[in-house]
Design a protein around this ligand. Structure first.
Ligand SMILES: *Cc1c(COP(=O)(O)O)cnc(C)c1O
Length: 497
């Protein structure tokens, strides 16, 4: 290694160490917005270059104020793992090794890491040991890949080869999706030519899980090729679809069932929570994210397909300059949309090896317990309501729950903004069944008991100050007489099926 490389790598490491060391102590939000950053960076493309060391210095200087605290201990927005130090270290090495994980000849070690991870994951998640596994960038691509295999499989059964003929003139496929499905399912359907608007949306309950009888009614009214997209872990509530009922009907209909388990599938690796996932092992494909609960750096999604041939038919890339498919070895590119790829298996292997079965179970349970603690402490406070059953790691919080809906929306948004600006913890908002809400997702390996307490107190103090401000300066109207419904209640008589 040349001296310049040596210096450069050490410089990068030192910067990484300094960043991580101060992460918990800095405000838990970026200091500058993207627009602000762009305003202070030289925008014109340089005619001449600059030394590698100087560039690294410059990168760190301009990027630092715009870095988020995703890897920090009090980040509860979206659903984001924290890039565990070990997986980052393995990822450094992955970059330095510069492997192309496309096939087993290009990188025997990368292919071996994926093979190992594949069998460990099937074992850990207790899914069919003969299923095929693809390592993609995230759950969006995992959903895309699972649904691509589904599309080919259900059409092949009625004599249509979609891989050869495309969808031109193909028999139509009925696609059933819950009302509260993740948007990436719709994106995948759009990319696959199945249309995001022609799907049958299935009514859901107050937790966002598909109603079994609504599903049964729709599925039974349809004939021909059918795909069902369920979810294990609703993005806001953490709810699970009723798999046993769905799968029983789906089997009658010879439908392909895909399960989006971006974070919820990990509940299967936790003995105290895996009851939630009961029945999903009978599905045809599953997706999950290692960059969520497994704490691997971003761009680590996983797709698992029961029917390996359907998976491979949909994804494999072949050419005379690539190893032949008949080789006994597993080629990573046969199970994913990409050809040349990052060797994602190393960081994944490192985390699985480090945590082991027990470590993963303990971590998942700890996050679920932290969520329940936060939900309980918040719900004791006047004006705060928890809108979901906290079965997993997600909490839906409404501020001004005793006020009229519009006022509650405003108070909720004001409270979120105040929490974020205080910088003790970071949270996000969303719309849940027609109401503005705050979401908490406890899923970071950096989060400890003290962070839960600190964050709960920060949320309570932000809410109290918003409530006082509203009372003092009349910024928010007084509540009208009728109380606001705390949850979207569901009345079977009213559900339109
Ligand atoms: C995060 C998430 C996705 C999308 O995953 P990406 O990794 O962002 O592509 C899909 N479904 C659910 C339920 C999720 O939580």
């Amino acid at each position: 290694m040349s001296e310049a490389t040596d210096i450069l790598f050490r410089q990068a490491c030192e910067q990484a160490v300094a960043f991580r060391r101060t992460l918990g102590a800095r405000p838990q939000h970026p200091e500058r917005s993207c627009r602000e950053l762009l305003a202070c960076i030289e925008q014109s493309f340089p005619a001449t270059g600059c030394s590698a060391q100087e560039v690294l210095e410059e990168l760190s200087t301009w990027a630092s104020p715009g870095l988020h605290t995703t890897a920090g201990p009090r980040f509860f927005a979206w659903v984001a793992g924290a890039s565990h130090p070990l997986s980052v270290a393995a990822d450094f090495m992955t970059s330095a090794w510069g492997q192309n994980a496309g096939n087993h000849v290009a990188s025997p070690a990368a292919a071996a890491a994926e093979s190992l991870c594949a069998s460990w994951l099937l074992d850990l998640l207790d899914l069919p040991r003969t299923a095929s596994v693809g390592f993609v960038t995230g759950a969006t691509m995992a959903n895309f890949t699972g649904l691509a295999a589904a599309r080919g499989h259900v059409l092949r059964r009625v004599g249509w080869d979609v891989e050869a003929e495309g969808l031109f003139g193909a028999p139509p496929i009925s696609v059933l999706v819950g009302e509260d499905a993740h948007t990436s399912i719709l994106a995948a359907l759009r990319m696959l030519g199945l249309g995001q608007d022609r799907v049958h949306r299935i009514a859901t309950d107050a937790e966002g899980a598909m109603l079994p009888f609504a599903f049964a009614h729709t599925a039974r009214s349809l004939d021909g090729p059918m795909i069902v997209a369920c979810q294990a872990g609703q993005l806001n509530s953490g709810a699970f679809d009723p798999f046993p009922q769905i799968l029983e009907i789906a089997r009658d209909k010879q439908a392909w069932v895909h399960v989006d388990g971006a974070f919820g599938l990990w509940a299967r690796a936790c003995p105290t929570r895996n009851e939630l996932t009961e029945g999903l092992e009978l599905a045809d494909s599953w997706s999950t994210d290692a960059h969520k609960w497994l704490q691997v750096p971003f761009e680590s999604g996983i797709v698992i397909v029961r029917h390996a041939e359907a998976h491979q038919r949909a994804m494999a890339t072949t050419a005379s300059y690539l190893p032949p498919c008949e080789d006994k070895e597993r080629d990573p590119s046969h199970f994913v949309p990409e050809l040349s790829r990052r060797a994602r298996g190393f960081a994944l292997w490192a985390m699985l090896r480090h945590l082991g079965r027990d470590g993963i179970a303990t971590m998942v349970e700890r996050h679920c317990r932290f969520s329940q603690q936060m939900a309980m402490a918040l719900s004791d406070e006047p004006g705060i309501a928890i809108l979901n059953r906290v079965v997993l790691n997600q909490v839906i919080v409404r501020f001004g729950a005793d006020r009229e809906p519009v006022t509650g929306d405003r108070l909720t948004d004001l409270t979120i903004a105040r929490i974020v600006s205080q910088g003790i913890c970071y949270v996000g908002g969303a719309e849940w069944h027609g109401r503005r809400v705050m979401r908490l997702s406890v899923i970071s390996c950096a989060t400890e008991e003290q962070d839960v307490k600190l964050s709960t107190n920060a949320i309570l103090s932000a809410w109290r100050s918003v409530r006082e401000d509203a009372a003092e300066n009349g910024a928010v109207a007084d509540p009208p007489p009728e109380p606001e419904a705390k949850m979207r209640s569901y009345d079977p008589e009213e559900v339109n099926i």
